[in-house]
Ligand binder design. Structure first.
Ligand SMILES: [Zn+2]
Length: 142
């Protein structure tokens, strides 16, 4: 039973909670069908709601997976170019291998102002002339 109404909205008290129902048809965000329902309801049915949530969840999982793949590839590239724990390479070599400089796991700054970028245990430091020193670190740093 309506508690009171505003234009387009009916408030109904049900088990102590107030619900407001839209008197106008709404469009389901998933299947685009029109439906009547609570004003805050976005989907026509449980199946449409879970389909939408599953897709959002899938997008989030893919987003994380894509970044993990990039990080994994970056680490592989650094490992391949640095088999002995220390190496020197030109930026073009890294780029040719598909290295993505925007993706790394942490930064280490030395006391003398050098900034090492790490992809897990493999790191690099930019030198003059677009060269990089590649390093490997064994221990975990806070
Ligand atoms: Zn629907």
């Amino acid at each position: 039973m309506p508690f009171f109404s505003q234009i387009g909205t009916i408030f109904i008290k049900n088990q102590g909670n107030y619900h407001f129902y839209s008197t106008m048809k709404k469009q389901c965000l998933e299947c685009k069908e029109e439906f009547h329902g609570r004003a805050d309801k976005k989907y026509c049915s449980t199946s449409c709601r879970s389909a939408a949530h599953n897709r959002l969840n899938r997008d989030a999982i893919n987003f994380v997976r894509n970044i993990n793949n990039i990080l994994g590839k970056n680490r592989r590239i650094l490992a391949d170019l640095n088999p002995d724990g220390k190496a020197r390479v030109h930026k073009d070599k890294l780029l040719a291998e598909g290295f993505k400089f925007s993706y790394f796991t942490n930064i280490y700054q030395t006391k003398n102002g050098n900034t090492y970028y790490f992809v897990y245990d493999y790191g690099y430091l930019e030198l003059e002339g677009e060269y990089y020193t590649l390093v490997r670190r064994q221990s975990y740093v806070e």
